[in-house]
Design a protein around this ligand. Structure first.
Ligand code: C2E
Ligand code: MG
Ligand code: MG
Length: 692
């Protein structure tokens, strides 16, 4: 049958009917392209959607061979496919495939194209119906899906899909790599077999939590096939699909991150030169250890005169020396002891579970480790160290406190001549939180004239007359108020100000003594307290002599008070200085006797004139059992020394001391320390009542 004869183009035959049919077609399938072809491929009809796609009117395309129409212009390969399909369809074989066509407004798009032969009642091909659907979106989605699947498969994070009953139903390659299994082996495994942090029985709870919250995130450990456990970060989200809900699990291996963290921690908590823990780590570990309350000792180890090596041989040699010193210290410790390097030439050692004797022994071992000289690339260097020891819990259980106290002991070890050790001795000032404020204020105190001397009378027992006065230093700071000498003098010693302050005290005492004499008051001996540093300084006797000369005073106008501790630290030099002072007529008093070494046999060898019995012993004299004071008085007098009782507060004490034969007394009962003016008045009054 000749189709063209049987079915001439619709428009040409019945224009209204054709228009109606076209309208129906367009309405029925607005997104679908449809047409009609003669068996030879001539386009007889194209619907509105197809025409609009290429922006054509019917007359521009109808009557042309279908494969020559503008739809295929953009893609030669598609045109070929259509040609083949036309040939097949003409033979009665339908075709369906995806091709690309060019459109007027969207460029090339993908379509799902089919070509259907229509048979006449005799079974011959009567015409062909091309139809097509825009699948560019589906195509795009499919490509997207592929990309996503690829990304998921290749993701470095291990991904799992877990069903509601806790079974793995899908994993990616990274999951297999992480756990050491083939993907097939993982499918069907239970979450509890993989996650070491959850038991099988706990899965329902986790699932419920996931459903309630929508997502979960936590850190846990997963089991590797080898049996090792791997730290991971897990994020789970609940996903709904057509078959119900499942869990999408993303598992991030934390090993590398942990290793990096550890490296950073190493760097920030260790000293690069020696590899030893630095101050931060030291504080951390100490904190942990001290919390346990176990007895322990902290050694502050400082290399003596390290700076000289560093300056003399260069910092490279200094570095070598520090490394060698660190090794020697470490080798002198017991296993379990612990060493850190908090600052340049200082090491801190923590000895665990030790008492004082054991701490001293270990410290001695450390000192001993420096006996042999160091060999620095052929250069022989002798180096010693000093060690300060603080014990816990005796000296404190707080990190900062113990470190400070070991440091304070170290300063003492250094002051005692280095290459030695010193145990912390409780001193009121190093606990003071306002210590730094005090130090700062003290630095300007002399220049700002904030210092003054007060005078406390010293009286003869014999007749109660004032024969002398102790000059006591007073500091009135505008910021801190009245500061006691017990508090600021140790600080002045430590910051190296005691020399200047001591010189001022000496000069001021001499000036005042001379002024009183000029005022017509009877001659007194003004006693000045010396500090250890002052006594160690050379030229003290010369300075005193010059001061006396300047004020036209005789030596007997001045007394100097020293303590046993000051003398013993450097006995020979101290004795020589004191001997020269005594030769000037200056009286030397041994202050605070009874609190320190209090060795009476020792007294014999010391160049002193007067022993001042400390007030702690004096307070005891009313106790009938206390015979110490009496013994001291008797012995001192046996050595031809005069004895002064300090801190006498009651008449009863005075009486008893008198009965023991004590020579002099000083204390509140006789008179408190007074300003120079007030003391002058007191002297005047006593001169009037007790003329010479
Ligand atoms: P110190 O040399 O033993 O001085 C005697 C201390 O006992 C003084 O304390 C004095 O005020 C106090 N005192 C006197 N009588 C009594 C009493 O009856 N009862 C009591 N409870 N206390 C009494 P201060 O003035 O606070 O001086 C304390 C220490 O400071 C002195 O002890 C001395 O070691 C030191 N110091 C004072 N002035 C100087 C100074 O110019 N240079 C140096 N290096 N040290 C000084
Ligand atoms: Mg004194
Ligand atoms: Mg005293």
């Amino acid at each position: 049958m000749d189709f063209n004869a049987t079915f001439p183009p619709v428009e040409s035959l019945i224009p209204e009917a054709a228009r109606g049919l076209n309208a129906v077609m367009d309405r029925l399938c607005p997104g679908v392209f449809a047409g009609l072809l003669a068996t030879d491929g001539t386009l007889l009809y194209a619907n509105r959607a197809a025409l609009d796609a290429i922006g054509a009117e019917p007359r521009q395309v109808l009557g042309r061979r279908f494969d020559e129409t503008p739809w295929w212009e953009a893609c030669e390969r598609s045109r070929e496919q259509v040609r083949e399909a036309l040939a097949l369809a003409a033979a009665g074989v339908p075709a369906r495939f995806d091709v690309r066509i060019g459109t007027a407004d969207r460029g090339a798009i993908a379509i799902d194209f089919s070509l259907l032969p229509i048979l006449d009642p005799e079974g011959r091909v009567a015409c062909l119906v091309p139809s097509a659907r825009d699948v560019s979106e589906r195509d795009h989605a499919q490509r997207e899906l592929l990309r996503i699947r690829h990304a998921v498969e290749q993701a470095t994070d291990a991904l799992f899909q877990v069903s509601a009953d806790g079974q793995v139903r899908w994993v990616n390659a990274a999951a297999g790599r992480l756990l050491g299994y083939d993907i097939a082996e993982l499918l069907g495994m239970r979450v509890a077999q993989i996650d070491a942090g959850i038991a099988e029985a706990e899965w329902p709870d986790r699932w419920q939590a996931l459903q309630a919250l929508g997502a979960l995130r936590f850190e846990t450990w997963v089991r590797h096939r080898s049996g090792t456990q791997i730290p991971v970060d897990v994020s789970i989200s609940a996903v709904q699909d057509g078959e119900g809900s499942f869990a999408h699990v993303c598992v991030d291996d934390l090993r590398e991150r942990r290793a990096a963290d550890e490296r950073i921690r190493q760097l920030t908590q260790h000293d690069l030169l020696t590899g030893l823990p630095n101050r931060a780590l030291l504080a951390d570990r100490l904190e942990m250890h001290l919390q346990s309350g176990a007895p322990s000792a902290l050694l502050a180890v400082d290399l003596d005169r390290f700076r000289r090596v560093n300056d003399g041989l260069g910092s490279a040699a200094g570095d070598l020396l520090l490394q060698a010193a660190a090794r020697r210290i470490a080798a002198a410790l017991r296993p379990g002891d612990w060493i850190a390097r908090p600052s340049s030439d200082e090491f801190v050692v923590l000895l665990r579970g030790v008492d004082e004797p054991a701490a001293r022994r270990t410290a001695q071992n450390v000192l001993g480790a420096f006996a042999e000289p160091f060999d620095l690339d052929g250069e022989t260097v002798h180096l010693t160290c000093s060690i300060g020891i603080a014990l816990s819990p005796e000296h404190g259980d707080a990190v900062e406190q113990l470190l400070r106290r070991a440091g304070a002991a170290l300063i003492r070890a250094k002051a005692a001549g280095r290459n030695g050790l010193a145990l912390y001795r409780v001193a009121p000032f190093d606990e003071d939180p306002e210590r730094w404020q005090l130090e700062n204020a003290l630095r300007g105190a002399l220049a700002r004239r904030e210092l003054a001397l007060h005078y406390q009378p010293q009286c003869e027992f014999r007749d109660g007359r004032i024969v002398g006065a102790e000059a006591l230093l007073r500091w009135r700071s505008p910021t801190l108020g009245e500061v006691a000498p017990d508090r600021f003098i140790p600080v002045a010693e430590e910051i190296g100000m005691i020399g200047a302050i001591g010189d001022w005290v000496l000069a001021e005492a001499c000036r005042q003594a001379a002024a009183w004499r000029r005022d017509g008051l009877r001659p007194l001996r003004i006693a000045v307290n010396l500090s250890a540093r002052q006594l160690q300084q050379s030229g003290l006797a010369e300075r005193v002599e010059r001061l006396l000369d300047e004020q036209r005073l005789q030596g007997c106008a001045l007394g100097l008070e020293v303590t046993e501790g000051m003398l013993i630290e450097n006995l020979e030099q101290a004795c020589a200085t004191l001997a020269r002072l005594r030769a000037l007529g200056v009286e030397i008093a041994l202050d605070d006797f009874g609190t320190g070494y209090s060795s009476l046999s020792y007294l014999r060898r010391l160049p002193v004139d007067l022993v001042k019995i400390d007030r702690s012993l004096v307070a005891d004299v009313t106790d009938p059992r206390a015979s110490i004071t009496r013994a001291v008085i008797a012995l001192a007098q046996g050595l031809d020394l005069r004895v002064l009782a300090e801190g006498v507060e009651t008449a009863e004490q005075l009486e008893r001391l008198a009965s023991h034969g004590c020579d002099l007394a000083q204390g509140f009962v006789l008179g408190r320390p007074l300003t120079a003016a007030a003391f002058g008045e007191l002297l005047c009054a006593s001169d009037v009542s007790k003329p010479e």
